[in-house]
Design a protein around this ligand. Structure first.
Ligand code: ATP
Ligand code: FE2
Length: 337
């Protein structure tokens, strides 16, 4: 019997691109879960709101620079990259197309494979990679998305979601209406700290789904009536919509018989939201996991890591299959790893 000489550990390196909505990001991650870089450039307008064509122009403008910065930060050259991952959907068509095109150019020019990744699943996978969460329920709350996702029967299932707008868009719309700026979430969080009186608002939960459009209209009317202070409305808004999200998340935990809740999406940066999720988890003996901010918001590191999981399982996205999927649902994704 010969002596086994341990082979040097082969490290696989992925460069990924994220461009589903406001954010263009490039990130480099190794298969050892090391994030070498995660450069984020967000398109923003003074009053908020997203004009798809303008966001796409922003992405096209910054794309080369962001990719170069990701390589510089990682201290790598393009030839050291093993493959490219990109956000293939869901998202805004015009924005997705810029990221997908950049990925195709890099893949063809450098003769390396490409892997298309589902953005929502990536929010969950980065949480599993960087926290101790093993098989969590993901509460994904961003601008456009509000979903509760759980791995059931071999796929990531959407257990519940918004029936209309995403909770972040709702916060941004209300902030815009009362003129406190964009993005609205952090401004509302500051204002809410000064609020003292709870103002009754509609509370709309249906099973594991929630709806935010009616609350937004109600809030706008209340603000326009002049009878309520801005801080009290922001405080009441947070208490109400976060309670709704905590309720649907708790229902999903009970239904799926799970004891780990993972947060993802920009709204999860909110400290009061984290606190309310923490209280619910403690009361039912579950654990709460909150990745650091750069991995909560849209970022390419999460696309790279999910790309690595797929790549290692043999997934390759051929040029003919690399068309963007603006309406790609998490439960349509075959999980092979
Ligand atoms: P997606 O394509 O995933 O919908 P997105 O472009 O909305 O992405 P994110 O960065 O995940 O991107 O989330 C942005 C949202 O997060 C905005 O609506 C913003 O107001 C909200 N947000 C950011 N910080 C906070 C905070 N502290 N409290 C509440 N909401 C916040
Ligand atoms: Fe996102």
């Amino acid at each position: 019997m010969g002596v086994q000489i341990p082979l040097p550990a082969f490290i696989m390196i992925c460069l990924a691109i994220e461009s589903t909505a406001h954010t263009f990001s490039a990130g480099i991650v190794t298969d050892k879960r090391k994030v070498l870089s995660n450069i984020i450039s967000a398109y923003t307008t003074p009053k908020g709101g997203i004009l798809p064509a303008e966001a796409a122009d922003h992405h096209a403008e910054v794309c080369g620079d962001v990719i170069n910065k990701a390589l510089q930060k990682a201290e790598l050259k393009m030839k050291e990259i093993d493959f490219i991952a990109f956000s293939q959907g869901p998202g805004i068509g015009q924005c997705l197309r810029i990221g997908a095109t950049a990925a195709k150019v890099l893949s063809l020019k450098n003769k390396i494979p490409m892997v298309g990744v589902n953005h929502c699943i990536a929010h969950l996978e980065i949480g599993r990679a960087l926290t101790a969460a093993k098989n969590p329920v993901l509460l994904y709350t961003s601008g456009a998305n509000t979903q509760i996702i759980s791995f059931e029967g071999g796929r990531y299932r959407i257990m519940g979601e918004t029936l209309d707008i995403g909770v972040g868009n709702m916060l941004d719309s209300f902030a815009r209406h009362i003129g406190i700026g964009f993005p609205g979430g952090p401004k509302i969080e500051e204002s809410a700290k000064k609020g003292k009186n709870y103002v009754e608002l509609p509370y709309v939960v249906k099973g594991m789904d929630a709806s935010f459009g009616g609350i937004l209209t109600n809030l706008k009317h209340k603000y326009d009536s002049g009878k309520y202070g801005k801080d009290d409305l922001c405080y009441s808004l947070q208490e109400t919509v976060f309670a709704m999200l905590v309720e649907v998340a708790e229902r999903a935990l009970a239904h799926c018989n799970k004891d780990e809740l993972l947060l993802g999406g920009g709204v999860a940066c909110n400290k009061r939201f984290q606190q309310m999720c923490g209280i619910m988890c403690r009361e039912r003996g579950a654990k709460l996991f909150v990745p650091e901010k750069q991995f909560l918001v849209d970022n390419a590191a999460m696309i790279a890591w999910t790309g690595i999981l797929n790549f290692k399982a043999g997934v390759r996205t051929k040029l003919s299959e690399s068309t963007i999927k603006p309406y790609w649902r998490s439960d349509d994704v075959e999980i092979v790893y």
